[in-house]
Design a protein around this ligand. Structure first.
Ligand code: BGP
Length: 460
C-alpha cells in the first residue's frame, strides 16, 4: 500500500453540540448565545435557519453512532454544551443532560469509537455572556468548575479531552470583526478575551490533572499558516505578525506554557496589553497540553501593507498586513476557500521542529460544498472532489509522519452535513448527506471511501 498509516491511527470526524444536537429548548437546556443571537438577529443567519433542530443528534445519536461505525470511525469528536449541562453556566447540574451525555459516551464506546470531548465550541451560556463573557474572571472560574464537573462525571470513560475549539474565533467574532456578541471593535478587549480564554484553558488543565485521571487533555487550535508573498523583509515581517496574533498567541501558551516575547513587545508597543494579575503567568505555564488538535482549512496569504493605514479607524491586526490572492492558487469552486494540502505538512513540521514534537492530530479539515445536490446520482452524492481533497491532505500528513511528525490521526469536518454558524446548511461538509425535510441520512461516496481507508489503515 502506498500510504500506510501508523498503527492505531485515529480515523474519524468532528462535530459540535450546537451544530448537531438540536433540542435547543428541550431536555432542560439553558439558552446559549446562539439561541439568543438568533432571536435578536435572525437575518444574520443564512435563510434564517437557526440551530434549534440541527441534525437531531439529541434524538438520533444511536442511529448516528451506528452510521459512524459503518464508515470506519474509531474516534469521534463532539462537544458538551455547557448550557445543557449547567443551564445558567454555574450552579445546578441538569440531570437530563448528565444522562444524555453518559448515553452518548457509552454508545460510542460500545461501538469501539473512542469519544473525544471538547468543552467549549463557541456556545457560551447566556447568563455567562451577561456577566461579560470571556472578559470576566467570574466566567473563567465558572468554566473551570464546569470542566471539573465533566471530568468527575465522565473522566473514567472519556480519555481525550479538549478545553476549547478555536479560541480565536470568539475573539474575532465579538471583538474585532463585528459578527457576534458583544459586537464591538476593540483590540484591547479582544486581547483580554484571548488572554482570559487561555487562563480558563489552563485552569481546566489544572483541574483535570488534579483528578489524576487516566487520560489526556488538550486544546484544538485552528493553525493557519501565514505565507509571505515574497522573502523580502517587509512581507516576511507582515506574515510573522499575522502568525503571532492568530496562531502563536494560543499555540505558544498551550504547548510551551508561555507567551512569545515578540507578542508581549508588540502589545506593549501599541498599548494593547490585557490586564494581567499576579499569578496569571504561572497559571498559564501550567496549561501545557498533552495533545494538540489542529484544525486546518486554508492558509493566509500575506503581504506588507500596500497603502498607508488610516489610523483614525480602530486598531486592528490588518494595520500590519494585507491579504493577497496568490496567482495560480487552487480553489474550492463550491465554497470560495483556497485548497493548499501542503499546509498540513508545514504545520506538522513546524510542531515537530519548534514545539517539541507535541502529540497532535488533525482535528478538523473539510470541504464545504454549496449546492451539493447537483452531484446526486442514483440517490447518492458522488463527491469524488471530497475524496481527492481528503487524500491530498492525508498524503502530506503521511509525508510529515514519515519524517517524524507526531501526528496520530485525522478527523474530517464533518460526520453528517451539519448546521453552520452563519451559513446554516448552505455548505455541506459531511460523509453523510442530511435531508432537511425528513432528516434521512445517506452515505456519500466519500463515506464509503473512508470506510475502506480506515479498514486498510491507508490507501493507494
Ligand atoms: C470551523 C469550526 C466548525 C465548522 C467549520 C466549518 O472553524 O470549528 O464549527 O463550522 O469551521 O466552517 P463553516 O461552518 O463556517 O463553513
Amino acid at each position: 500500500m502506498k500510504y500506510q498509516f501508523p498503527e492505531n491511527f485515529w480515523w474519524g470526524s468532528a462535530s459540535s453540540a450546537t451544530q448537531s444536537e438540536g433540542a435547543a429548548f428541550d431536555g432542560g437546556k439553558g439558552d446559549n448565545i446562539w439561541d439568543l443571537w438568533y432571536q435578536e438577529q435572525p437575518n444574520r443567519f443564512f435563510n434564517n435557519v437557526s440551530a434549534t433542530k440541527a441534525s437531531t443528534f439529541y434524538q438520533n445519536y444511536q442511529t448516528d453512532i451506528a452510521l459512524m461505525k459503518e464508515i470506519g470511525h474509531n474516534t469521534f469528536r463532539t462537544s458538551f454544551s455547557w448550557s445543557r449541562l449547567i443551564p445558567t453556566g454555574r450552579g445546578e447540574v441538569n440531570q437530563e443532560a448528565v444522562a444524555f451525555y453518559g448515553k452518548v459516551i457509552d454508545e460510542l464506546i460500545a461501538n469501539d469509537i473512542e469519544p473525544f470531548i471538547c468543552l467549549f465550541h463557541f456556545d457560551m451560556p447566556v447568563a455567562m455572556q451577561e456577566l461579560g463573557g470571556w472578559e470576566s474572571r467570574e466566567v473563567v472560574e465558572a468554566y473551570a468548575d464546569f470542566a471539573d464537573v465533566c471530568f468527575k462525571l465522565y473522566g473514567d470513560r472519556v480519555k481525550h479531552w479538549f478545553t476549547f475549539n478555536e479560541p480565536i474565533v470568539p475573539v474575532e467574532g465579538g471583538y474585532l470583526y463585528d459578527f457576534h456578541y458583544p459586537n464591538v471593535v476593540d483590540f484591547k478587549r479582544a486581547a483580554t478575551v484571548a488572554f482570559n480564554t487561555m487562563l480558563a484553558h489552563a485552569e481546566a488543565v489544572k483541574r483535570y490533572r488534579a483528578q489524576q485521571l487516566d487520560g489526556q487533555i488538550g486544546i484544538i487550535l485552528n493553525l493557519t499558516p501565514s505565507y509571505p508573498r515574497s522573502q523580502n523583509t517587509a512581507d516576511v515581517k507582515a506574515a510573522n505578525i499575522a502568525d503571532l496574533l492568530f496562531n502563536r498567541s494560543f499555540l505558544d501558551p498551550s504547548v510551551k506554557g508561555e507567551y512569545p516575547q515578540e507578542l508581549i513587545a508588540f502589545l506593549q508597543e501599541h498599548d494593547q496589553m490585557p490586564a494581567c494579575q499576579e499569578g496569571d503567568l504561572a497559571t498559564i505555564a501550567a496549561g501545557n497540553v498533552d495533545l494538540l488538535g489542529v484544525n486546518y482549512y486554508q492558509p493566509r496569504r500575506i503581504q506588507a501593507k500596500l497603502h498607508t493605514v488610516n489610523t483614525d479607524g480602530p486598531f486592528l491586526p490588518e494595520w500590519f498586513f494585507d491579504y493577497y490572492e496568490m496567482p495560480g492558487r487552487k480553489m474550492n469552486p463550491h465554497r470560495g476557500w483556497e485548497i493548499y494540502e501542503q499546509g498540513v505538512y508545514d504545520i506538522l513540521t513546524n510542531l515537530r521542529e519548534n514545539y517539541g514534537n507535541i502529540p497532535c492530530y488533525i482535528s478538523e479539515n473539510g470541504m464545504g460544498v454549496e449546492g451539493e445536490e447537483k452531484f446526486i446520482e442514483n440517490g447518492q452524492v458522488k463527491d469524488d472532489y471530497r475524496i481527492d481533497f481528503i487524500k491530498g491532505h492525508l498524503t502530506w500528513l503521511h509525508k510529515a509522519v514519515q519524517e517524524g511528525a507526531n501526528c496520530k490521526g485525522y478527523h474530517l469536518w464533518t460526520f453528517i452535513d451539519n448546521w453552520s454558524w452563519a451559513n446554516a446548511y448552505k455548505n455541506r461538509y459531511g460523509f453523510y448527506r442530511l435531508d432537511l425535510e425528513t432528516q434521512t441520512r445517506t452515505v456519500k461516496r466519500s463515506g464509503e471511501w473512508f470506510a475502506q481507508a480506515s479498514k486498510a489503515n491507508g490507501f493507494d
